[in-house]
Design a protein around this ligand. Structure first.
Ligand code: GLU
Length: 279
C-alpha cells in the first residue's frame, strides 16, 4: 500500500494549456518522488461543454509530456448514479432544497435590501424553504449551509502548498457568509456539480493528496464540509501557484496560443514546457 495517491482531474472543455501542464507535471512528479500513484480523472459531467475531441487531446498531451498514470481512467460521466446516490443521502438528511432562481432573479434579490443576507456574493435564500418533493425539471439543488454546518462537528484540513501552508479549521460563520447555499445538483436532473463529484471520487479512489491550482483553494472549504457530511476522509491539499500570461492574467482554456498542442506543433519539447512553467 502506498501512502501517496494523487490525481490530475481536467474537464475536457478545451485544449490543455501551460497551467494544466504545470498542475499535471507537479502532481505526477510528487507521486513519483514519493513512490506513490498518479491517476488521471476525466471530469466530464457537464455534457453541454465537454467534447470527446478534447478528451482525446488530454491523453495525447499528457503522454507527450511523458506522464504515465494508473488505469483504467475514471470518467465521471460513467458514475452519475453514484453521485446521485450521495446527493440523495444529503436530501434524506434534509440538507438540500430545489431552487428555480435564475442568475437575474438572484441579482435582483441581492440588490434589494434584505434581512439575513450575509454577503453580496452568496445566494439570498429565496427557495430555502421549498421541500425536495417540490423539485421541478430545471431546478438546481442547493445545500442549506446553515443547517449543514450545524450537523457536522469541528472540521479542518491540512494544506501543504506554500501560500496557505498549515492546518485550517472550518469556521461555520464564514462558510455561511462566504460560500452560502452552493449548488450541488445542477439543473439537468442526474447531474451533480463538480464540487461534489470530485469529493466522492477523491474518496472512492483513495486520494491522499490533492494537488491543484490556487484558484480552487476556497472551494476546499466546501469540499471538506461535504466530506464531513458524507463521512468521507479528508486528504491533504496542496494548492500551487497559477501560471499567468504576460499581463498577469490566469490562463484560461480559450487561450489557445498557450495550448500544449500549439507548442507541440511548433516543435517545442516536453523539457521546454517544464522550463516554461518553472519546473
Ligand atoms: N475539473 C476541475 C478543473 O478542470 C479540477 C478539479 C480539481 O482538481 O479538484 O478545473
Amino acid at each position: 500500500m502506498t501512502d501517496f495517491i494523487t490525481r490530475f482531474a481536467p474537464s475536457p472543455t478545451g485544449p490543455l494549456h501551460l497551467g494544466h501542464a504545470y498542475s499535471a507535471l507537479l502532481a505526477h512528479d510528487m507521486a513519483r518522488a514519493n513512490g506513490g500513484q498518479f491517476h488521471l480523472r476525466i471530469e466530464d459531467t457537464d455534457i453541454d461543454r465537454c467534447r470527446s475531441k478534447w478528451e482525446e487531446l488530454i491523453y495525447e498531451d499528457l503522454q507527450w509530456l511523458g506522464l504515465t498514470w494508473e488505469t483504467p481512467v475514471l470518467r465521471q460521466s460513467e458514475h452519475l448514479a453514484t453521485y446521485q446516490h450521495h446527493l440523495m443521502s444529503l436530501a434524506d438528511a434534509r440538507l438540500i432544497y430545489p431552487c428555480s432562481c435564475s442568475r437575474s432573479d438572484i441579482r435582483a434579490a441581492l440588490s434589494a435590501p434584505q434581512e439575513g443576507v450575509a454577503s453580496p456574493q452568496t445566494y439570498p435564500g429565496t427557495c430555502r424553504n421549498r421541500p425536495m418533493a417540490d423539485r421541478k425539471p430545471g431546478d438546481a439543488l442547493r445545500i442549506d449551509m446553515a443547517k449543514a454546518v450545524k450537523q457536522v462537528g469541528a472540521l479542518s484540513f491540512k494544506e501543504d502548498g506554500e501560500r496557505h501552508k498549515g492546518r485550517h479549521q472550518l469556521d461555520p460563520q464564514r462558510l455561511i457568509s462566504e460560500i452560502g447555499d452552493a449548488v450541488l445538483g445542477r439543473k439537468e436532473i442526474e447531474t451533480v456539480s463538480y464540487v461534489l463529484a470530485a469529493v466522492i471520487d477523491d474518496a472512492a479512489q483513495g486520494m491522499t493528496h490533492i494537488v491543484r491550482g490556487e484558484d480552487l483553494y476556497q472551494i476546499t472549504y466546501l469540499q471538506v464540509l461535504l466530506q464531513g457530511l458524507l463521512n468521507l476522509p479528508t486528504p491533504t491539499y496542496h494548492h500551487h501557484r497559477l501560471i499567468r500570461d504576460a499581463q498577469g492574467k490566469r490562463l484560461a482554456k480559450r487561450d489557445d496560443a498557450r495550448a500544449i498542442a500549439t507548442y507541440r506543433a511548433e516543435g517545442k519539447t516536453p523539457g521546454d514546457i517544464r522550463r516554461m512553467v518553472g519546473l
